[in-house]
Write a protein that binds this ligand. Structure first.
Ligand SMILES: NC(=O)c1ccc[n+]([C@@H]2O[C@H](COP(=O)([O-])OP(=O)(O)OC[C@H]3O[C@@H](n4cnc5c(N)ncnc54)[C@H](O)[C@@H]3O)[C@@H](O)[C@H]2O)c1
Length: 432
């Protein structure tokens, strides 16, 4: 089939590449000329394990092409996936749908034969109805079908998640598009993915409800970790004891810093805003957002406590600054609030991240990037393990840190307290 992905970010590039690998002809479109130029030279602008190889393979065999020409790409394709961003509005907490509507207007003047227009972007309930209205202004309803097909891939696991999804959700209000999409996803369904066909509005809500539920799970175990710290219990025992109950499940039950990333923070806010519009109070999700906001402050308070409230001139090393491992995505990472706050209080911060220097910290006083674990922790008073990269899982601190008074604060519970204590360092972790 001929597919067009509009928006070549994490979602558009990964899903476009994987669709090409399944034998489809895919054009990935982006308005960012630099990004398309890089991609056309086989430079992948994001860090995602396994993606470079797959892009290169499909680009070479001409299954995957890149373009900035949206109109022509739409005309040449049968199925159009909208994969542009839906960030939080600058004012308020609802989703900014301007990218979605701008793209819809451009698509509208390029419908030369029947096309399925799909939102893969995460969009609030009724967005599909609005897209349909925009397209209907210039086109007969027989010429197109608007479908919601939310994407559930996780950064860092994106190719595996796309290829072996738990479920494929298709929200379409007509049989024709449902049949075509069932066929498109056939290779994944035959490998065991559940195919869930719903109304368009239901599919839109499934995505928000899923992300809000996962954010709730993380926040829940983070609060339980607070109680564990006060009662001398290891939160990992709680996670295991709870998670073995099949009704609960063990995933997303690991205590740590505030959740971040490009999805949970914005999606929890957006679903509340949608519910407000319909005069429904999503009080559980509201309290999750509040608790998560407090989480970074709570962990910072712990840092102050560990350093006896003497932050000025303290040398602090951050190992990992992205919101989770195996991605270069900094969006809403808790390090974005922690590092500037500590810098304001006079700390001298060095950080290392396997995905390199971050523009976000370039202008912050007394914050510098080091290109190795060794250089970042050298001479530190406190080492904060912020992200759970494999690179940080078997560090011999004894070999790297001469200052025996250095303290390790493991925000991801990577190490056992005993292992670090035998190396001669004071060690703190989360919920244990
Ligand atoms: N990142 C994730 O892990 C993830 C997972 C599931 C769903 N989602 C959802 O998918 C959507 C996209 O997320 P992302 O992380 O891939 O975003 P992104 O910011 O990485 O990429 C979006 C791309 O769209 C392009 N774009 C914007 N307007 C355009 C236009 N008019 N024409 C062509 N290109 C245009 C931008 O230049 C950018 O490259 C969001 O709604 C997000 O919530 C993201």
């Amino acid at each position: 089939m001929k597919l067009c992905m509009i928006g070549t970010g994490y979602v558009g590039l990964v899903s476009g590449t994987c669709f090409a690998d399944l034998g489809n002809n895919v054009i990935c479109v982006d308005k960012d000329k630099k990004k398309i130029k890089h991609l056309s030279n086989a430079n992948i602008p994001i860090y995602e394990p396994g993606l470079s190889e797959l892009v290169l393979k499909n680009y070479k065999n001409k299954k995957l092409t890149f373009s900035t020409n949206l109109k022509k790409s739409v005309k040449d394709s049968d199925i159009i996936f909208i994969c542009v961003g839906t960030p939080t509005k600058k004012k308020g907490s609802s989703a900014d749908l301007s990218q979605i509507y701008n793209v819809s207007k451009e698509i509208s003047s390029s419908i030369n034969k029947f096309k399925i227009i799909i939102t893969k972007s995460t969009v609030p309930v009724t967005t599909g109805d609005q897209i349909e209205k925009i397209l209907s202004k210039k086109n007969s309803k027989k010429k197109f079908s608007v479908v919601s097909n939310p994407e559930f891939l996780r950064e860092g696991e994106a190719i595996r998640d796309f290829t072996y999804p738990d479920r494929i959700v298709i929200g379409s209000n007509d049989k024709k598009s449902n049949n075509i999409l069932k066929n498109l996803y056939g290779p994944l369904i035959s490998k065991g993915a559940q195919y869930v066909h719903t109304t368009r509005r239901a599919a839109e809500l499934i995505k928000y409800a899923s992300n809000s539920f996962l954010a709730t799970k993380i926040t829940f175990i983070n609060e339980i970790a607070n109680l564990c710290e006060k009662t001398g219990i290891n939160v990992e025992d709680i996670s295991i004891g709870m998670g073995l109950d099949k009704r609960i499940g063990g995933r997303f039950l690991r205590a740590g810093p505030a959740y971040g990333g490009s999805c949970f923070p914005k999606d929890t806010k957006a679903i509340i805003s949608t519910a407000d519009k319909f005069k429904v109070n999503l009080s559980v999700i509201k309290s999750v957002i509040k608790s998560n906001k407090n989480r970074s402050n709570l962990l910072l308070d712990r840092v102050y406590e560990i350093l006896n409230k003497k932050i000025k001139n303290k040398k602090i090393a951050f190992l990992g600054v992205t919101f989770k491992a195996n991605t270069d995505d900094m969006r809403d990472s808790s390090s974005l609030s922690m590092i500037p706050t500590l810098s304001k209080k006079g700390a001298k911060i060095k950080y290392f991240d396997p995905t390199g220097l971050k523009d976000e910290f370039k202008k912050i006083k007394n914050v510098s990037y080091e290109n190795s674990i060794r250089k970042s922790v050298e001479g530190s008073d406190l080492v904060i393990i912020h992200t759970e990269w494999n690179d940080f899982k078997s560090i011999n601190f004894k070999n790297l840190i001469k200052n025996k008074k250095c303290i390790i604060y493991d925000m991801r519970n990577i190490y056992s307290a005993n292992k670090i204590k035998t190396q001669g360092f004071k060690y703190y972790s989360v919920g244990r």
